[in-house]
Design a protein around this ligand. Sequence first.
Ligand code: ADP
Ligand code: TRP
Length: 323
Amino acid sequence: MRVLSGIQPTGPFHWGNYFGAIRQYIELQDQAAEAYYFIANLHALTSVRDPEALRQYTLNGAIDLLALGLDPNKAVLFVQSDVPEVSELCWLLLTGTPMGLLERCVSYKDKLAKGLKADAGLFTYPVLQAADILAYDANLVPVGEDQVQHIEVCRDIAGSFNHHYGETFVLPKAKILDASARVPGTDGEKMSKSYGNTLAVFDDVKAQRKQIMRITTDSRPMDQPKEPDGDVLFDLYRLVASESQAAEMAALYRRGGFGYGDVKKALADAAEAFFALSRERRSDWVKRPDDVRDVLKAGADKARAKAAATLARAQAACGVKGY
Ligand code: ADP
Ligand code: TRP
């Protein structure tokens, strides 16, 4: 089994990114025969137009993945733009992608609906994502729920290429974690950078505590019991607490007689403990940016070898090589 995923360097990673996607990367690096993970800086270009910010987010993204437990001895970690073969493969795929398939993509439709000016990069974004996946013959793609449609698009594109030119690409499957496919933000909506409702994975501990204390709750009186599932504080707590802590908290909710202030304090404590080791690892990697660059360079070399072989196969299949 070959696992692959990418994450955009559009800002600091938040709990949604970690519990929806990154945690799976780390788990799967031990289970998969091969795992490829990359920082999707070409995709990020569709929203980050400040070159210095993009460079910083890219390096920081790699540092954060390493801090969270991604092990370069087990997984190939690299930056998307360091594998130009993927962009070339993207063109081959674009020529066989129906407009209607991309017009149906929710991520694109959402941005249009929000009044964002669409460019060709945003529109064809899922095709570059398909090239990312197909270039490495990936079988399994760990992502959050919102990316599942893109993996389906990838399967469609690969399937029609295979149908037209003969078996060339491996068809991938998305892998989502049911328990955290959609992590709520501090306002109860889906946690997302674009909604300003995120809890950053590596925020300053004190600042995060304050942010948690400010989460708005309903006006349930102290003595009233409440169903924990679906309550933002509980849903967030469950992610960072142990199973027994979560069970205790659930019982407290059902019994009543507690204030939200206590839950917030428990949430801040549990979050601090949950990310403590990663925080330590991060402060070490941050001091060694050149070592991080070395990891990325070694990763890119491995990734390129794999992507070049797939590209050659696709080029031969569609007739742009061997004339
Ligand atoms: P954002 O929505 O904040 O811009 P991205 O689109 O960069 O986040 O997502 C990166 C990865 O994190 C994707 O695999 C995505 O599915 C996952 N992800 C993002 N937000 C959440 C969330 N609230 N719950 C679960 N997974 C999420
Ligand atoms: N579009 C993905 C996101 O926003 C990032 C991404 C780019 C990706 N290429 C990929 C994810 C390939 C999985 C596989 O999160």
